[in-house]
Design a protein around this ligand. Structure first.
Ligand SMILES: [Zn+2]
Length: 677
C-alpha cells in the first residue's frame, strides 16, 4: 500500500511508472535532455540531494472551475506545511525561522566556508522539513560554529533561545527523529514531536491498552491525529483539530477546503471535501473513516487530492501520522494510452505467444491510473513519492476499494534529469544513444502501460492448480513480474502499436529493447553493494529476462557483449530475433504459472535472476561514480498564480516555473507559516 518511492540513488528509468507491487521500482530508461520548455529541470544540488522541477501538462485544458479547485486545494495543502515541521521536531519551526531571517536579511559576506556550510545546512533543513535527514532521520550536525551562527543572528536582529541552540549544536541531543532500537525507550529516545515531555513507552502502551474501536471489524486508526501528552500527571491525547493543537494551521486548511467545495466537479467530490472539513473541525477518527470511504469512491473527476494526517513512517510505534498534501490532475495523454490498450485487451490475449490453453477467453485490462502532481506539501514535499495507494485503513480498502495512482510528471522529471550521464556512459554506439534521447522515455512509459494493463491481466491458471503464491512460493512474484514485463516487451515491437497510434515507429521499441538489456545486464547493479546478490523481485526479473535472452541468442549474436577500452557494453544486433526470444520466454513462464511448475520456475530464477557477476558489478560501480548521481531527489512546486478581476474574482490561474529552491522555501516560510513558535 501506501507510497511508492524511487529507490535511493537511482536515476532511472521511466519505469518507475510501475505500480504493481507497491514497491519502488526502476527500469531501464536513462535518457533525455535535461533542459525542457520549463527551463532547467535541475534546480539545485547540495549535500546528498538534488532538487528538480516538474511540469504540470495540460493545465490549460482545465475549465476555470477546475483551475480554481486545483488552486484552492494547493493552498489547503500549503497551509498545513508548518504542522509537519512541528511533528518532526518541536524546535524545527523556530530553527527554520532563524535560518530564513538570516537568508532574507543578512547583508554581510555570503562567501567562504562558514557561509557555504550554513547555506547547505539551511537547504537540508528545508528539504527535510526539519533538522533530521528526511530518509535516514539522523540529525544534521552543523559544520559551522555556534559563534558564527550567533554572529549571523545578531547581524539580522534575530534571537534564538539557549534550548533551541542546544538542540541545533549539541550532537548528543535529539540524535534521531525515530529510534527503533529495542534496547532504548523508543518513545523517549525519538526526537519527533508526536509525544510530549515525560511520556514513556510504558505510558503509551498502558494508555492504548484501554482504547478500543467501537466496531472491532472496522477498526479506527487509533492515535493517528494527536500528540500524546502528560497533563498534570495524566496521559491524554492532544488532538490536532480546529481549536485544538495545530488549530491555527488547520483553520487555514479548512478555509481553503471550504472554497474548494464551491467548485467541486461533482456531488461525490463535494461530499468528500465536506466530510474532510468536518474531520478537521472535530478530530473524530470515525469521521476520518467516513471521509476516506467517500474519497475512495470519488473517482469521476479530473482533479483529486490527498490531504490529511496519513502516513505513520515517522512514529516509532507507527501510530501517529505526518501531515501531507498532494493535488492531482488526470494525465489525459496517459489515460488515452491506457484506454486504447484496455479496449484491445482481447486482441493482445488472442495474439500472444502463450499456449492456447493458457489464454483467457474473456480478458479485461487492469485499470491503472496516471496523474500529474500539481502541488505538494508537508510530508510529500520536497521529497515526493512517485505513486500512492490509499486509503491506508484495510477494512475500507476491502469494503470500498482504494485508489492507486502513479505521479506521471514526477516520474518524467526524474527521467529527464537522470539519464543523460548514464546513457552516455553505458550506451555503445552514437545511434543507440541518439535513439535513447529521442525515444526511450515513450518506450519506457508504454512498456509500463503494457506491463500493467495487459501483462498482469493475461493468462489463466489450469484447473486444480493453486494460486502462484502457493504453487510457486517464493518465486511467484519474480516470475509474475517477468511475465508482465515480457508481455510488454513482446508487444511494444508489434505493428498493433503503430496502428493504435501509440508509437510513431519501431525506433521506440528498439530504444526500449536497448535500455532493457543495458539495465538488466549491467546498470541496475549500481543499486547493490559489492558482494550482494539480487533479492528485490523487479531486479531479479529484469536480470532473468535479459540474461536468458543473451544466453539463448548467443550463437546468433542477437545480443553481443563488447569490451572496448576496458569497458563492457551489451549491444542488441537483431531486434526481431530478440523479440522472438522474448515471446518464447513469455510462453514458458506462462506455462510455469498455469501449471504451477515450481521446479522449472525455481531453476529460471536461480540460474538467471540471482547471481551477480562480481567483476562486472565492480565495473558498473566504478563507471557510475564519476557521474555524481545524487542519492536523493526532491522537487520545487510550480507556482499557481490566481488572476483576479477588479472585484477580486478569480478569472484565471496561471502556472509559473520561475522560483528556484531557496526562493520557494522563503516564499512558503513567509506566506504559509501559521504556527507560533
Ligand atoms: Zn508488475
Amino acid at each position: 500500500m501506501k507510497r511508492i518511492y524511487l529507490p535511493v540513488g537511482i536515476f532511472v528509468l521511466g519505469m518507475a511508472l510501475f505500480s504493481c507491487s507497491q514497491k519502488a521500482t526502476d527500469k531501464n530508461t536513462e535518457n533525455m535532455e535535461i533542459v525542457s520548455e520549463i527551463g532547467d529541470i535541475k534546480v539545485d544540488r547540495f549535500a546528498d540531494v538534488q532538487v528538480l522541477r516538474y511540469e504540470i501538462k495540460d493545465f490549460d485544458k482545465l475549465t476555470l472551475n477546475q483551475k480554481k479547485l486545483v488552486y484552492y486545494l494547493s493552498q489547503a495543502g500549503l497551509a498545513g506545511r508548518d504542522i509537519n515541521y512541528d511533528q518532526n521536531n518541536p524546535y524545527n519551526i523556530r530553527i527554520r525561522k532563524a535560518l530564513e531571517a538570516i537568508f532574507e536579511n543578512y547583508k554581510g559576506e555570503r562567501t567562504g566556508d562558514d557561509w557555504n556550510n550554513f547555506e547547505v545546512y539551511a537547504k537540508q533543513v528545508w528539504f527535510s522539513n526539519g533538522i533530521h535527514h528526511h530518509y535516514g532521520m539522523d540529525k544534521f550536525n552543523p559544520k559551522f560554529s555556534k559563534d558564527y551562527f550567533q554572529s549571523l543572528l545578531k547581524a539580522v536582529n534575530h534571537t534564538l533561545d539557549a534550548a533551541t541552540l542546544e538542540v541545533m549544536f549539541n550532537p548528543e541531543i535529539a540524535k534521531s527523529r525515530k529510534i527503533k532500537d529495542p534496547k532504548q525507550d523508543i518513545i523517549v529516545a525519538s526526537a519527533n514531536g508526536f509525544y510530549g515531555d515525560g511520556i514513556t513507552l510504558k505510558m503509551v502502551e498502558d494508555f492504548y491498552a484501554n482504547v478500543k474501536s467501537p466496531d472491532p471489524k472496522r477498526p479506527l486508526e487509533i492515535g493517528l491525529n494527536s500528540t500524546l501528552i502528560l497533563n498534570n500527571g495524566k496521559v491524554q491525547e492532544d488532538v490536532w483539530k480546529s481549536g485544538g493543537k495545530y488549530g491555527k494551521a488547520i483553520e487555514q486548511v479548512i478555509f481553503w477546503l471550504k472554497k474548494a467545495t464551491t467548485v467541486a466537479e461533482n456531488a461525490q467530490q463535494k461530499a468528500a471535501l465536506e466530510k474532510l472539513i468536518e474531520y478537521y473541525q472535530t478530530g473524530d477518527l470515525k469521521t476520518w473513516d467516513d471521509y476516506n470511504i467517500l474519497w475512495a469512491q470519488s473517482t469521476k473527476g479530473d482533479i483529486d487530492w490527498i490531504n490529511g494526517f496519513i502516513e505513520v513512517y515517522g512514529d516509532a510505534l507507527g501510530m501517529r501520522a505526518n501531515f501531507e498534501s498532494i493535488v492531482q490532475i488526470t494525465d489525459f495523454e496517459a489515460s488515452k494510452q491506457m484506454k486504447a490498450l484496455a479496449e484491445n485487451a482481447q486482441w493482445f490475449e488472442d495474439n500472444s505467444t502463450i499456449m492456447d490453453e493458457h489464454k483467457k477467453k474473456k480478458v479485461k485490462g487492469v485499470s491503472y491510473k496516471v496523474v500529474q502532481a500539481a502541488s505538494e506539501s508537508g510530508d510529500a514535499s520536497p521529497s515526493t513519492p512517485i505513486g500512492v495507494n490509499l486509503p491506508n485503513n484495510n477494512w475500507i480498502r476491502e469494503e470500498y476499494g482504494s485508489k492507486s495512482v502513479s505521479l506521471g510528471n514526477i516520474i518524467e522529471a526524474y527521467d529527464k534529469a537522470g539519464g543523460k550521464g548514464m546513457i552516455d556512459e553505458f550506451g555503445y554506439s552514437k545511434e543507440e544513444k541518439e535513439r535513447a534521447q529521442k525515444h526511450a522515455y515513450l518506450g519506457g512509459k508504454l512498456h509500463t502501460a503494457l506491463h500493467e494493463v495487459i501483462g498482469h491481466a493475461s493468462g489463466v491458471i489450469n484447473p486444480g492448480v493453486g494460486q502462484p503464491s502457493e504453487s510457486l512460493k517464493q518465486y511467484a512474484s519474480t516470475l509474475e513480474e517477468a511475465r508482465a514485463d515480457l508481455v510488454g516487451l513482446y508487444y511494444i515491437y508489434d505493428q498493433k502499436m503503430i496502428d493504435l497510434g501509440l508509437i510513431p515507429s519501431f525506433e521506440v521499441a528498439k530504444a526500449e529493447y536497448d535500455g532493457y538489456i543495458r539495465n538488466g545486464m549491467m546498470t541496475q547493479l549500481q543499486r547493490l553493494e559489492l558482494g550482494q546478490q539480487l533479492t528485490e523481485e523487479h531486479m531479479q526479473n529484469r536480470q532473468l529476462v535479459a540474461s536468458w535472452a543473451y544466453e539463448k541468442g548467443q550463437k546468433d549474436k542477437v545480443i553481443e557483449k563488447i569490451v572496448k577500452d576496458g569497458k563492457t557494453y551489451f549491444v542488441v544486433n537483431d531486434y526481431l530475433k530478440l523479440r522472438d526470444l522474448f515471446g518464447q520466454l513469455l510462453r514458458e513462464i506462462q506455462r510455469i504459472k498455469s501449471e504451477g511448475d515450481f521446479k522449472a520456475g525455481q531453476a529460471l530464477v536461480d540460474n538467471y535472476g540471482v547471481k551477480v557477476d562480481r567483476a562486472l558489478h565492480q565495473e558498473v560501480l566504478t563507471r557510475v561514480k564519476p557521474l555524481n548521481i545524487a542519492p536523493y531527489s526532491g522537487f520545487v512546486n510550480p507556482t499557481l498564480v490566481p488572476i483576479t478581476d477588479k472585484n477580486g474574482e478569480i478569472i484565471d490561474v496561471k502556472v509559473s516555473y520561475d522560483m528556484n529552491f531557496v526562493e520557494q522555501m522563503l516564499h512558503y516560510g513567509k506566506n504559509y507559516s501559521f504556527l507560533e513558535k
